[in-house]
Design a binder for this molecule. Structure first.
Ligand SMILES: NC(=O)C1=CN([C@@H]2O[C@H](COP(=O)(O)OP(=O)(O)OC[C@H]3O[C@@H](n4cnc5c(N)ncnc54)[C@H](OP(=O)(O)O)[C@@H]3O)[C@@H](O)[C@H]2O)C=CC1
Ligand SMILES: CC(C)=CCC[C@@H](C)[C@H]1CC[C@H]2C3=C(CC[C@]12C)[C@@]1(C)CCC(=O)C[C@@H]1CC3
Length: 348
């Protein structure tokens, strides 16, 4: 590994924590394409590559992290339990306690830059956000444990910024990441369509939201790593990274569905009715959990995301790191639909 690090140049050596995941794999691919030497640290190894050094382990274990961080200049931390897991203990352990272990390991290993994948949802409380800036306060009442722990995670990383000791941190807040190999947007949408749950538009269908193509998210992370240094505007700050093309939520869903030959939703259900039905269902499933575990398609968080405005300004990223999306929304939707032949509706 030391040879590879030297070959890439010390400044272009990195470790992607969560590199086996959806965003992580795209991150690894683009970093390699840019000539970075890349380590992956993940609890699972989900792909083979002779260009990558894999370190398998739990990011909550600092001793397991250290070998993967020694000699690298940049750490991208994009690991998290899946939002749908809804497991409070797991979220706290990985996103809060685990992130503190990542910070300690970075400091001990002499890593200079830590780029966290946070989430624009850290300011979302289920009510409209229109062109929200990074100055919005953290959600006082996060809708779910995932969001609650992403807030704690971001606070830990940004407060760890320590320029006097050559340790620089920043957080990237994507929103609604989609693209090839996404495990939690298109597959869940198609599953809902296949089970006949995609007949209703929640609300009036005019709520604009941000969906961000995965390659744009990666581009934002790499730009951040390259612009993060002593005295830069990135130190200890968070940045929205979106496609900068807010789109009605149900227009986006319909374009993915029709692109895969499914019928788009056409009836309307009032937002308040959908939200309270989802809340009632979530309470019922919580009561039944000791007996049976049932995953709801329409959780309160998903209904809130489906029925409210939530799009964000990425002006701060444009100014501080020269960010602009590299793939347009139209092109991104086309590529995404094309990448899921197995999810296309089978014609009789
Ligand atoms: N998807 C989206 O729309 C958005 C995602 N984000 C953030 O982007 C990041 C990446 O998300 P995404 O790629 O979708 O998620 P994935 O679940 O696809 O990838 C996360 C990776 O981290 C791994 N991981 C989980 N826990 C641990 C652990 N304790 N130790 C080591 N590795 C672990 C996962 O393994 P395993 O699969 O076994 O759990 C997985 O390989 C996350 O931080 C998420 O919060 C932010 C905004 C939007
Ligand atoms: C209403 C419904 C069942 C829509 C199907 C698609 C949803 C599964 C996605 C639509 C918006 C997505 C989203 C996320 C997960 C998947 C959706 C709810 C996140 C919660 C993933 C993690 C984040 O950090 C924020 C994302 C917001 C958008």
């Amino acid at each position: 590994m030391a040879t590879r690090l030297r070959a890439a140049g010390a400044g272009r050596s990195c470790t992607v924590i969560g590199g086996s995941g959806f965003l992580g794999q795209h991150m690894v691919e683009q970093l390699l394409a840019k000539g970075y030497s890349v380590n992956v640290f993940d609890i699972h190894k989900r792909f083979e590559s002779d260009q990558v050094t894999f370190f398998l382990g739990d990011l909550c274990d600092k001793e397991a992290l250290l070998p993967a961080l020694r000699g690298v200049a940049v750490v991208f931390h994009c690991a998290s339990p899946a939002p749908a897991s809804d497991n409070r203990e797991l979220f706290y352990r990985v996103n809060f306690t685990g992130t503190k272990a990542v910070i300690e390991a970075c400091r001990e290993a002499g890593v200079q830059k830590l780029v966290l994948t946070s989430s624009a949802s850290v300011v979302f409380e289920g009510t409209d956000i229109k062109n929200g800036s990074e100055d919005l306060p953290y959600a006082q009442k996060p809708i779910d444990y995932y969001t609650e722990t992403k807030i704690l995670q971001e606070k830990e990383v940004l407060s760890a910024n320590d320029p006097d000791n050559n340790f620089f941190t920043t957080a990237i807040r994507p929103h609604g990441i989609f693209g090839p190999r996404d495990p939690q947007l298109v597959p869940i949408l198609v599953q809902a369509a296949r089970s006949g749950k995609m007949k209703f538009i929640i609300g009036d269908g005019k709520n604009l939201v941000d969906f961000t193509y995965v390659e744009n998210v990666v581009h934002g992370h790499i730009l951040a790593a390259e612009k993060l240094h002593k005295g830069s505007a990135l130190c200890g700050k968070a940045f929205h990274i979106t496609n900068d093309e807010p789109i009605p939520f149900w227009t986006f869903m319909s374009r993915i569905l029709t692109g895969l030959d499914y019928d788009p939703p056409k009836y309307h259900i009032p937002y308040w009715l959908a939200y309270y039905l989802a809340l009632l269902l979530s309470l019922l499933l919580a009561l039944l959990r000791p007996l049976v575990t049932i995953k709801a398609t329409f959780t309160p968080m998903r209904v809130a995301l489906a029925g409210t405005f939530h799009y964000y300004s990425c002006e701060r990223a444009k100014r501080a790191m020269g960010y602009s999306p590299v793939v347009s929304l139209d092109e991104a939707i086309a590529r995404t639909v094309q990448s899921y032949p197995g999810l296309r509706r089978a014609r009789a």
